[in-house]
Write a protein that binds this ligand. Structure first.
Ligand code: CA
Length: 412
């Protein structure tokens, strides 16, 4: 039992203990969420609460988690053990100093928790890749010949990754109207979300030295919900031959807390069966998927939210270990703070599709909302809310909402 009496099925139960950067009197500060509170790690360090732990506590002077993550997995484990012990013992220093180091979580401003050096986006849901292949290319050959051999991905844009709650301006760009030969310029008419999860690299590899599939998880600090906003009309015109560019780089939104791999471990599960054998460097016997229930709500301006998708991270054909092993197999160095997103997470059932492109089947099937309106793509004033949650009979862990509202495009 924890002395804060946080319920085991609270999103931020004692089984979770996710890390984030919160606002304390105007200063971005590293913290851990527990129930409706945040533990101020900088205050814990300065008051000597962490003195028995053998690592450099000045990592908590940073306004991002990169220095703490760089201390490595043994330190991540030390901190988790200390947090659990401190929250379950009334004789702990944390209990004694709670008035100085515990702050209210509800309504507290959060910041981007890591300085993202590089951002890579994979394309690892077989249902999503198949659906997009059918709509954008060839229904008979929806999956490209490489897809079951390579965790396909591309290098994205790190500078436009924003924290939940940040408003997003509808992008302007070039599109090719139906039956036209020349493009036009203006606001995207097919603005979409992509329901994804992203993992954060917490341990680097050096240039020229790949991370093996079996050691990959030692390099992963944790996960966040990730909305990879996408302008489908811009994408369709620009993506051949080198892939997505301005359709994707205007914004991606992350949820506020990084849920650690240790917290996720009880929800480990097998992924979908691979019916095509993979090369040895991608082979692993360990279950590398995680059962994370996902939901997307669309909330019109002034209206109430409607749930328009229910998916699950465990549908991923390629898991994180395979993604990171593939990413580095040529010697590419991943760095602390790098973000690697899953790609849109769709399931088999149409209600589990992870984008409006798929949910409305390229605009052909309008999506009903609770207020009687419908949507094919996102309209100005709409807010997209993504949620992720793991549950078993004994406890739950959540990620905190990943929220973004679409504002009208600039008039040009
Ligand atoms: Ca994506």
């Amino acid at each position: 039992m924890n002395w804060l009496n946080v319920d085991n099925h609270h999103s931020f139960s004692i089984y979770n203990l996710p890390y984030g950067i919160f606002d304390r009197e105007g200063v971005p500060t590293p913290g851990v969420a527990i129930g409706d509170h945040i533990i101020d790690l900088r205050a814990c360090a300065s008051k000597g609460l962490l003195n028995d732990l053998d690592f450099d506590k000045s990592v908590f002077n940073s306004s991002v988690l990169n220095p703490f993550m760089a201390t490595g997995k043994s330190t991540w484990k030390l901190m988790r053990a200390w947090l659990i012990h401190s929250l379950t013992n009334e004789a702990s220093l944390l209990h004694k100093h709670q008035d100085e180091v515990l702050v209210n979580r509800i309504g507290t401003q959060m910041y981007l928790p890591v300085e993202v050096g590089d951002y890579t986006d994979f394309y690892s849901s077989i249902e999503h890749a198949t659906n997009v292949g059918i709509m954008f290319r060839d229904p008979a050959n929806a999956l490209m010949p490489n897809w079951k051999h390579i965790p396909v991905g591309y290098h994205g844009r790190a500078s436009s990754i924003v924290i939940t709650g940040t408003d997003i301006k509808r992008p302007n760009g070039q599109t090719l109207p139906p039956n036209a030969t020349n493009p036009v310029f203006g606001p995207s008419k097919r603005l979409d979300f992509e329901l994804e999860m992203a993992f954060v690299v917490g341990q680097s590899n050096t240039l020229g030295n790949p991370i093996s599939v079996d050691e990959a998880e030692d390099h992963i600090f944790g996960m966040m919900v990730f909305n990879d906003w996408s302008a489908r009309d811009i994408q369709k015109w620009e993506y051949v031959p080198l892939g997505p560019f301005l359709a994707k780089n205007f914004a991606s939104t992350v949820s506020p807390w990084i849920v650690t791999m240790e917290a996720l471990d009880p929800f480990r599960c097998a992924g979908p069966e691979h019916d095509v054998p993979v090369l040895p460097y991608l082979q692993t016997n360990r279950d590398g998927n995680f059962n994370i229930a996902l939901e997307v709500d669309l909330m019109p301006e002034g209206g109430s939210p409607s749930t328009i998708s229910k998916s699950n991270y465990q549908y991923m054909y390629w898991n994180m270990s395979q993604q990171l092993a593939h990413h580095t197999v040529n010697g590419c160095n991943a760095r602390v703070g790098d973000l690697m997103a899953s790609g849109t997470i769709s399931g088999k059932d149409p209600g589990s599709y992870g984008s409006m492109l798929e949910l409305s089947w390229s605009g052909k099937n309008p999506i009903p909302l609770a207020n009687g309106e419908t949507r094919t793509f996102i309209e100005d004033g709409d807010t997209i809310i993504m949620r992720a949650r793991c549950s078993n009979n004994d406890f739950s862990i959540g990620f905190g909402d990943c929220v973004g509202k679409i504002l009208p495009a600039d008039q040009l």
